[in-house]
Design a protein around this ligand. Structure first.
Ligand SMILES: Nc1ncnc2c1ncn2[C@@H]1O[C@H](COP(=O)(O)OP(=O)(O)OP(=O)(O)O)[C@@H](O)[C@H]1O
Ligand SMILES: [Mn+2]
Length: 541
């Protein structure tokens, strides 16, 4: 009996101990769970305590890596710029700006643009030197009030302003509100009588970033001209002129093709913009390279039925199209993606003609565009004397502008400068727009001296142009080096150099030829150099 009782009490003790251990284990398990959960609860800065997607993923990855012996190293993904402020930094990372070798903390290109010849003192621009004026919406009665920094509107009266309109114009308000405008509009607002853009304007980088990255919302074939090009539209009414890649970058134009049968080159449009800027002209609208998807960014969104009808899939499975135009718009000359991706040049559009009408001028040194005929300037060595007698070449700076353009064209071997344009509102006292450079950079192995004929026949050149050319011929600022570095800033440089080395060295060779022509002129002409930099006697060193 006694032994029976003691056996029962021992069993009770064991049972009690087992229960206690169970409770203790349960408590421990609960404690562990709550600790683990706390690691995934986010510090809430806002009123919401719902974890975001990333945070949930983070928790999942913790639990995943803890259960796996070989956790993957974390990889940093590129971020898309959220604001325009991020744009420049983003662009610099993407396109490798500052890739040039640095001397004294500056690249050669930065050194060049710091040179006094690229920072010559210039008279301040007056009200009527701006292409588009900015008016405040407030009535004149509101002037001087605290709310002066209201919205701006473009003065669309390009024919001149009445006295009451003048009252609404406030020079101060245009800088303050600029930040709110999209880059294309700021570009338009910065166009002056003197140049298309200010090289130092930070908007330039934002504009090229905008052109290179904005989602294409619309694409139609651009009317005018002879070769295929597209007018694309972006959000905020932005537009751009797009020229597709038609041949490989290194392809030299067939020697048997006449200049007027040559293809246009997207990289020539890009390189021309860089060259014009390097020469200090700033007369070509900013152009940037881009890879587009011909299916999603053209075929699927276009409303242009004529263009749509020309799309097809090539035998190797690439998406191609050819559009409708005078030259090379046929299935024998298609523009093809790989299978969808296509290199293009994207040029900023100038203000609409209704806002800023332009005048097109036939170049006095226009070619005959014939296989047999010669133009007047090819037959008459004294041709310039007749040109100099007729307006607008008889006075002002038009002839000098034309010679600047001839120098640019000779350097890039562009034989297609049949016309040039100016903004009508500036009359004859304004710069020449260097539009349409698609036929430049066709051949690197030979030069075309006839492009320099305006300089050779007139023997006149701006001093500022000549000094910059001399500077660019020095080993420390060599034109080819400056171009190489400048072109590295274009997004397409990541695919392949925009200009091959033979094209770059052709620039140096041609620059030396320009300087030789000037020297020859000085040998038999007085007043070759037009002194537009009075008081600046320093020779480049
Ligand atoms: N960036 C621009 N913004 C607005 N208009 C432009 C721009 N570039 C060119 N244009 C206009 O479009 C017209 C056609 O463009 P472009 O000259 O480049 O084409 P094209 O086919 O090469 O012409 P062409 O066959 O006459 O040489 C030009 O004459 C000019 O008036
Ligand atoms: Mn052309």
């Amino acid at each position: 009996m006694k032994t029976q009782n003691s056996g029962r009490s021992t069993r009770c003790i064991y049972l009690g101990l087992a229960c206690l251990s169970l409770v203790l284990h349960l408590f421990l398990a609960f404690l562990c769970l709550s600790v683990l959960q706390k690691a995934c609860v986010l510090p809430t800065s806002s009123s919401s305590s719902i974890p975001t997607r990333t945070d949930t993923q983070h928790c999942r990855s913790i639990s995943h890596s803890s259960s796996s012996s070989a956790a993957l190293p974390s990889r940093k993904l590129p971020t898309i710029p959220q604001s325009e402020d991020d744009a420049t930094e983003w662009e610099n990372t993407l396109i490798g700006a500052g890739k040039g070798q640095k001397v004294n903390g500056r690249t050669k290109l930065e050194e060049l643009f710091e040179h006094p010849l690229y920072n010559l003192p210039r008279p301040e621009l007056q009200d009527d030197d701006w292409l588009l004026r900015v008016k405040k919406k407030e009535h004149s009665g509101d002037r001087g009030s605290e709310e002066e920094e209201g919205e701006d509107a473009i003065d669309d009266d390009s024919q001149g302003s009445s006295a009451s309109e003048e009252e609404g114009y406030d020079k101060m308000s245009w800088t303050s509100a600029m930040e709110t405008h999209p880059p294309w509009l700021r570009f338009h607002l910065g166009i002056s009588r003197r140049e298309l853009y200010d090289r130092k304007d930070p908007n330039l980088a934002q504009l090229t970033h905008y052109l290179a990255t904005q989602r294409v919302l619309g694409a139609v074939q651009k009317e005018g001209g002879t070769q295929l090009k597209l007018l694309v539209s972006f959000q905020n009414h932005g537009q751009a002129l797009l020229k597709p890649m038609k041949q490989s970058r290194d392809a030299e134009t067939d020697g048997n093709l006449f200049y007027f049968s040559d293809f246009e080159r997207h990289n020539a449009e890009i390189a021309a913009f860089h060259l014009d800027r390097l020469l200090g002209f700033n007369r070509i609208p900013p152009v940037v390279g881009r890879l587009i998807n011909v299916t999603s960014e053209v075929r699927e969104i276009t409303t242009d039925k004529k263009l749509s009808r020309t799309f097809f899939t090539s035998p190797v499975g690439n998406v191609c199209f050819y559009g409708q135009c005078e030259y090379y718009c046929s299935s024998e000359h298609p523009v093809c993606g790989r299978p969808h991706q296509l290199e293009v040049s994207v040029a900023a559009m100038l203000p609409d003609l209704s806002l800023a009408p332009r005048r097109s001028w036939r170049s006095p040194w226009r070619r005959a565009y014939s296989r047999t005929k010669l133009a007047a300037w090819e037959k008459d060595p004294a041709y310039c004397d007749t040109v100099k007698q007729r307006p607008p070449y008889s006075h002002g700076t038009r002839l000098l502008d034309l010679i600047d353009m001839a120098v640019l064209d000779f350097l890039m071997s562009n034989m297609d400068r049949h016309h040039y344009e100016t903004f009508e509102t500036f009359g004859n006292e304004t710069f020449l727009l260097h539009l349409d450079n698609g036929r430049a950079f066709g051949r690197h192995s030979r030069d075309e001296p006839s492009i320099l004929v305006p300089l050779q026949q007139c023997c006149r050149i701006r001093r500022s142009t000549l000094l910059r050319l001399r500077l660019l011929s020095l080993p420390s600022f060599r034109l080819s080096d400056a171009m190489r570095e400048s072109l590295l800033r274009d997004p397409l440089a990541a695919v392949a150099p925009l200009l091959s080395e033979p094209h770059l060295s052709a620039l140096d060779r041609r620059l030396a030829a320009v300087l030789r022509v000037v020297e020859a002129c000085q040998g038999h002409h007085a007043e070759v150099i037009h002194n537009d930099v009075e008081g600046y006697d320093q020779q480049p060193d």
